[in-house]
Design a protein around this ligand. Sequence first.
Ligand SMILES: Nc1nc2c(ncn2[C@@H]2O[C@H](COP(=O)(O)OP(=O)(O)OP(=O)(O)O)[C@@H](O)[C@H]2O)c(=O)[nH]1
Ligand SMILES: [Mg+2]
Length: 201
Amino acid sequence: MFGLFSGCFEALLRKEELHVLLIGLDKAGKTTLLERLKTLYTDLPGLEADKVLPTVGLNLAHFQALGIPLLCWDVGGAAGLRGIWSKYYGECHAVVFVVDGADRGRFEEAKAALDRALADPDLYGAPLLVLANKHDVVGAASPADMAEVFGLVQLSEMRPCSMQAVTARTGEGVKAAVQWLVENIKKSQRSELIRRRMLAQ
Ligand SMILES: Nc1nc2c(ncn2[C@@H]2O[C@H](COP(=O)(O)OP(=O)(O)OP(=O)(O)O)[C@@H](O)[C@H]2O)c(=O)[nH]1
Ligand SMILES: [Mg+2]
């Protein structure tokens, strides 16, 4: 019986676009990552890293990964723009919090921004992937050290969590990150919550 339900759910997920919200401080590398996702998963290559500008509004990428259609929202991370993040919380299936792993001087600020986001009830249960970006930079913090700083063990009491190293500039680690996202969104009960919320609108 469970197999039948999970099969139906799997079929529904294949039709529905899943929403992934990219947040993090300014200069963390969110838009570079979004453009890399386009290059890896669509026929139209994304912008080269040196063409990417700071984000003021919203950037989007639609693509298919592991047979599932995904829509990524990339919003600006500058201090004055972080208030906009919450507009997307209610409809995102998962959150990706991008950190510049080479900028240890901003880890505290990043952790505070992440904690503020996760305290919002609209993100209840949303799987969280923290990306230690800029892994190509010599001296960048290891994902294990960053997991400690960002308190991943405590965060995973409330939601599925993972910390993974990526290099958005080259794409290193990005496919593994997408695989974690798809697998954890599939397992998450949040998808049903969002579907009901959208049907009610
Ligand atoms: N070395 C290195 N630099 C990167 C990487 N990813 C991004 N960058 C650089 O980091 C800077 C900021 O990248 P963005 O993608 O604009 O950062 P953002 O998080 O979108 O910033 P906002 O739009 O201001 O929130 C740019 O100079 C990028 O080229 C990476 O993997 N390695
Ligand atoms: Mg940006």
